[in-house]
Design a protein around this ligand. Structure first.
Ligand code: AMP
Ligand code: GLY
Length: 420
């Protein structure tokens, strides 16, 4: 099969890497891709937001399947456009991608179908929002802008003043765009966070190995939120009992709810869960693989990824068995100085040659370019140094020893991934 992967980050590198191991792959393409991906797949300079351009590229390449990895093209309906011209896809259509695209939609879905989540109300009027804050009067309280906001539309307000400022900037000033003028105010939950990615064809849902993201920029969960500074799999707080409970109360009810709403979800459904004192609850859904969760989870996948993608598209997920490696994996993100705020790019990266390779590890590229025989930085998150082993400790040790071989100016990474 000829397969085109849409996207350009570490997650896409992990997907490309795993697909490259499939004996069914004849040719692998990626758009736009990055420096590391270009070693495994022919990359084309088409933006993920350019739906027409991407469909034209898939047709030109005679792609048998297109894997749409990031949320933006999924929310734009790239899958629908590809299916309309007869090209197979992996990823939800536009109607189903709303589960990530609108927090108001996903909260209302959970309420309607009794899926456990934080208690909430929705507002598009500042006075009503403030009156609600005053009547609740418990802090912290969580304020979320509707719409895709690259993980930035969530504010955990510590007091009334902060909460009022957040709702005012979202509703009155449109700080997160037009859709962000709709605001969810929800109860603050506590407990360990778990990511569960799941393959689903709309009828069957198969959870992957669990994982844990590390969202804050610095050690000890200090500093601003990022796209994710590291991940481990499996998540040490999760177990078989919890998986059974989540299957019954969250995973199956969610895909059935989506089907009942006429929005059958096919692809990878991301459950951001919190293990609260009163049981697991949903923090958020994403309509795609997580990044950097995909790097650790796909590193543990033993089965052929293309066979799974095919089974999802053909609604035959119940007919295959998905196997996982024994042990654990860890990913350390190496980021540009300043990230998640302003940062410089174009720094040469040293240590990505054969000499820097450590066995049982792989360096996924997130923001790099390759030209003139060298790799340079091209984004905030630059590399995802990933390793696996018989235990979490072994995986972490290998990952950090691989990190030590790599250098670029002003780089920063967390030294406490997996330590909590
Ligand atoms: P989200 O973009 O919805 O995943 O939110 C980003 C992060 O904010 C989550 O990973 C949590 O750490 C935190 N968060 C979101 N909602 C809540 C909540 N209701 N209670 C506590 N923390 C939350
Ligand atoms: N790592 C969090 C996400 O992919 O949304």
């Amino acid at each position: 099969m000829k397969v085109l992967v849409v996207g350009s980050g570490g997650r896409e590198h992990a997907i490309v890497m795993k697909l490259s191991q499939s004996p069914q792959i004849e040719k692998l393409f990626c758009a736009p891709g990055n420096g590391g991906i270009s070693k495994y797949a022919h990359c084309f300079d088409v933006k993920v937001s350019d739906t027409e351009g991407m469909v034209a590229l898939a047709k030109k390449l005679e792609a048998d399947m297109v894997v749409v990895a990031p949320e933006e093209p999924l929310a734009n309906g790239l899958v629908d456009s590809l299916n309309a011209v007869g090209i197979k896809t992996f990823g939800p259509n536009k109607a189903a991608a709303i589960i990530e695209g609108s927090k108001v939609f996903s909260k209302d879905l959970m309420k309607k179908y009794h899926i456990p989540t934080a208690k909430y109300e929705v507002f598009d009027n500042v006075d009503d929002a403030i009156a609600y804050l005053q009547s609740e009067n418990t802090y912290p309280i969580v304020i979320k802008a509707d719409g895709l906001a690259l993980g930035k539309g969530v504010i955990i307000a510590q007091d009334f003043k902060e909460a009022k400022k957040a709702v005012t900037s979202m509703i009155e000033e449109g700080a997160f765009g037009e859709s962000g003028r709709n605001v969810v105010i929800e109860e603050f939950m506590t407990g360990p966070e778990v990511t569960v990615l799941a393959f689903t064809d709309g009828k069957t849902i198969v959870p992957m190995m669990s994982s844990m993201d590390h969202k804050r920029a610095y050690d000890n969960d200090a500093g601003p939120n990022t796209g994710g500074m590291g991940a481990i799999a499996p998540n040490p707080y999760y177990n078989e009992g919890l998986e059974k409970e989540c299957m019954k109360k969250i995973f199956l009810p969610t895909i059935r709810a989506m089907e009942a709403e006429g929005r059958t979800f096919k692809g990878c459904l991301y459950f951001g869960l919190m293990l609260t004192p009163s049981g697991p609850r949903v923090i958020e859904y994403n309509c795609r693989f997580g990044d950097p969760e995909a790097q650790v989870v796909l590193s543990m996948l033993e089965s052929d990824l293309l066979t799974i993608f095919d089974a999802v598209f053909n609604e035959k997920l119940d007919s295959i068995k998905i196997k996982w490696r024994v042990g654990a994996s860890a990913c350390i993100i190496m980021a540009s100085g300043g990230y998640p705020k302003a940062y410089e790019t174009g720094k040469e990266i040293i240590g990505l040659d054969a000499k820097g390779q450590v066995s049982n590890s792989f360096v996924f590229h997130a923001g790099t370019t390759f030209s003139g025989g060298k790799f340079t930085t091209a984004g905030g998150r630059v590399l995802g140094v990933t390793a696996w082993g018989g235990s979490l400790d072994a995986a972490l040790k290998t990952a950090y020893s691989s990190v030590k071989n790599i250098k670029f100016e002003d780089m920063h990474y967390r030294s406490d991934i997996g330590r909590k």
